[in-house]
Design a protein around this ligand. Structure first.
Ligand SMILES: Nc1ncnc2c1ncn2[C@@H]1O[C@H](COP(=O)(O)OP(=O)(O)OP(=O)(O)O)[C@@H](O)[C@H]1O
Length: 699
């Protein structure tokens, strides 16, 4: 028999002589295919993987299915099926904007999805088309159980005839979002390895390495394995390769159902084509692939096993490409020669809102096509398959993805290493992080130059000024760092936690611990320069205490920002919020603007809640305790007009402590403990905030 083609395919479940997922070498001739006796199984790229032999007996008993599009010899029922039954989604919206109160008070219900039903089996790729706003993304979200809690969702999703419960969605679907959320400074291989480490527990390092390289070769990423992902400010792999990395991250868990939201958006048409062909290949290897797509090229028409068209939340048509052409022709909407059928059929089913008359006409056309589809044999056959799948009960149970995630501690270790590696490769980021406090210190030193011991030359005022700046400004640098770095990590953790890799609070902890060494070094550089340059109390122990105190406001600024980013989406709001909180804290807690004893009682109580109270008190004691001042009036020098009357009454630093912060010396250790207790308190708040975020985003 002449050898025409060699296909790779997965042997189906229940054939009795090979595990599901085993790949067989099949040689196809003109009109029939056969299995090679005693074959050796290798990977598609020719590299030897696990190898074994298999007798040919049973190859013709109909226990496997050929997945090549040239040989459709379906002999067994598919290993997995997905049925979506009557899915509807409605949201309640305000009729007008908030500044138009009468209409703002009125609400109306908007139907985003209307009774959408379809059925897909493994080995198939379903392309969902439709004009912008037709409900494609909402449909994918509804299928994947990721729809928000803002609206009302009804209908059911079945996998292998089993209705999926809310907590099972995560285990059943892999969802590739429209945007690629990847760490810019990691290589492709590192990105996949860390994801595998988060997803797969019982795999040894060697097994993870093999898995990563298998997925890379499956998605043709091997040649860019050592290239960095790249970002907006520095080049990395191409947009198409980035898309493939996002898909590869999902494939590591061997999902049976993959949903992709517009994976070709932003890519040139050739790369977009390659991605769709690749997805079709993935589907052929015993998976269900559902993809929403904008303006595919006409040659992809036959690549999809099924094509669905959506308009105004309705599924206008869903069927095989050949059926689609026949159906629309029968409805009187022929696709003209040399035209892209995708464009033509989407145009026929879209509602044109440019004028009331056009809207009425196109809406009625869309409605007629939908009614014809629901009365067609294609729709009845789909319902029949759905019913059949609900009756069959001997299929694989949910979940479908590998669900072997490691312990919380291991996950946090992986997240810590991953964020640390990413940050440490960001040369400019690290440089800015380490130098920003120092640059600020340069400003202060330039302004003060050298501290004097003469009270008439600002000995007291300058010292208080430096303490004010050290406590008041260091939270800002922390805040800026967090907004710059954490918002992108938050997007990644939102996605990965929805994929079930970890909980959001674990990313929060990994973040706060990975920035800790950078914060310590940055503050130490700042204090080392400032303390000795301006000539603060020349005592090493006091310098260390000064550094230890200044470190806390800096860390609090960063951690507090991250905590708030858990519950508030908009980073600009957080910027303003943290800045205002810091100003309020300084006003109430520092005692610089107004002595604490002179403040109304409510503010005195409030001051205990501010970290500024403890840090300012500590720094005042650190600097002023046992410090003696001189006064040029006493030394018989000319006074001049600039001398503040009574300035020479302050001869010792302890007077400043006693007047402004009575008892501060005896509270020194307690103040330290209270100041540092803000850190674990913030950690707890952060965990709670990200647990809330988990709930907000998941439901
Ligand atoms: N929670 C919601 N509240 C109000 N409207 C919503 C909500 N979710 C979706 N919509 C609306 O539903 C419609 C469908 O949105 P969807 O994002 O699913 O469309 P789409 O077909 O994916 O569009 P595109 O191709 O432009 O991404 C849009 O008009 C959108 O504004």
């Amino acid at each position: 028999m002449p050898v025409w083609e060699i296909h790779w395919l997965n042997l189906r479940l229940g054939n009795g002589y090979a595990e599901p997922g085993t790949r067989l070498l099949i040689v196809c001739g003109v009109d029939r295919c056969t299995i090679c006796p005693n074959i050796v199984v290798t990977q598609a790229d020719g590299e030897m993987s696990e190898s074994f032999s298999m007798p040919a007996t049973g190859s013709e008993n109909g226990s496997f299915r050929f997945l090549s599009d040239k040989k459709e010899e379906q002999t067994t029922s598919p290993s997995c099926s997905l049925s979506v039954s009557g899915v509807s989604y409605t949201v309640s919206e305000r009729a007008g904007p908030w500044w138009d109160l009468p209409s703002y008070r009125k609400r109306w219900t908007r139907q985003i999805l209307n009774e959408v039903s379809f059925h897909v089996s493994s080995g198939e790729i379903l392309g969902i088309l439709g004009n912008s706003g037709s409900g494609k993304t909402t449909l994918l979200d509804a299928i994947a159980g990721r729809i928000g809690h803002l609206g009302t969702l009804s209908g059911d999703v079945f996998i292998n005839g089993q209705k999926i419960k809310q907590e099972q969605y995560q285990d059943c679907f892999s969802y590739v979002l429209q945007s690629d959320n990847l760490l810019s400074y990691l290589t492709v291989e590192e990105t996949l390895t860390y994801t595998a480490q988060l997803a797969l527990r019982r795999h040894s390092e060697e097994a993870i390495r093999k898995k990563v390289s298998a997925v890379m070769s499956e998605l043709s990423l091997t040649h860019v394995g050592r290239s960095v992902i790249g970002g907006r400010v520095f080049p990395g792999i191409s947009g198409g390769e980035r898309r493939r990395v996002s898909i590869a991250c999902q494939l590591l868990q061997d999902p049976k159902v993959i949903l992709l939201d517009e994976p070709t958006t932003g890519l040139d048409s050739m790369t977009a084509n390659q991605i769709v062909v690749l997805l079709a290949e993935l589907a052929r290897r015993d998976r269900i692939v559902i993809v929403t797509i904008h303006q595919p090229r006409s040659e992809l028409f036959r690549v999809f096993s099924r094509i669905a068209v959506m308009s105004r939340g309705e599924l206008v048509f869903c069927g095989q490409p050949g059926e689609m052409v026949d159906f629309f022709s029968q409805c009187g909407y022929e696709c003209p020669e040399y035209c892209n059928p995708f464009d033509i059929y989407v145009d026929f089913t879209s509602v044109d809102t440019r004028s009331v008359e056009r809207e009425a006409a196109t809406f009625s056309r869309m409605h007629n096509i939908t009614s014809s589809y629901q009365g067609s044999a294609i729709y009845q056959s789909m319902l029949g398959k759905m019913e059949q799948s609900l009756r069959v009960s001997n299929k694989a149970a949910i979940p479908f993805k590998s669900k072997e995630s490691p312990s919380s501690l291991v996950k946090m270790g992986v997240l810590f290493r991953r964020t640390m590696r990413n940050l440490s490769r960001d040369r400019m980021g690290v440089l800015m992080r380490l130098s920003q406090n120092l640059i600020y210190g340069l400003f202060i030193a330039f302004f003060v130059v050298r501290l004097d011991s003469d009270v008439t030359k600002g000995a007291v005022q300058d010292r208080i000024g430096i303490i004010y700046q050290a406590v008041g400004a260091s939270p800002y640098t922390g805040m800026l760092n967090a907004v710059a770095l954490f918002t992108s990590l938050r997007a990644i953790s939102d996605q990965e936690s929805q994929d079930g890799l970890y909980s959001k609070w674990q990313m929060f902890l990994a973040y706060v611990f990975h920035i800790l060494p950078f914060s310590i070094v940055s503050v130490f550089i700042f204090t080392s320069f400032l303390y000795w340059t301006v000539g603060m109390h020349p005592d090493t122990m006091r310098f260390l205490c000064f550094s230890a105190v200044v470190l806390v406001p800096h860390i609090i600024g960063e951690w507090l920002t991250v905590v708030l980013l858990g519950v508030v989406q908009n980073p600009n709001m957080i910027n303003s919020g943290v800045a205002l909180l810091n100003i309020a804290g300084i006003l109430v807690g520092s005692g610089f603007l107004r002595s604490t004893q002179q403040m109304p009682e409510v503010f005195q109580w409030l001051s205990y809640l501010t970290f500024q109270k403890y840090s300012c008190e500590l720094l005042i004691v650190t600097e002023f305790h046992e410090l003696n001042f001189t006064c040029m009036i006493h030394e018989g020098q000319p006074t001049g007009n600039s001398v503040i009357p009574g300035a020479c009454l302050i001869a010792q630093g302890s007077q400043i402590i006693d007047q402004g912060y009575p008892g501060a010396l005896s509270r020194y250790t307690l103040d330290f403990v209270l100041l540092y207790s803000f850190l674990p308190a913030l950690l707890l708040l952060g965990v709670a905030s990200f647990k809330i975020r988990d709930r907000l985003i998941r439901h």
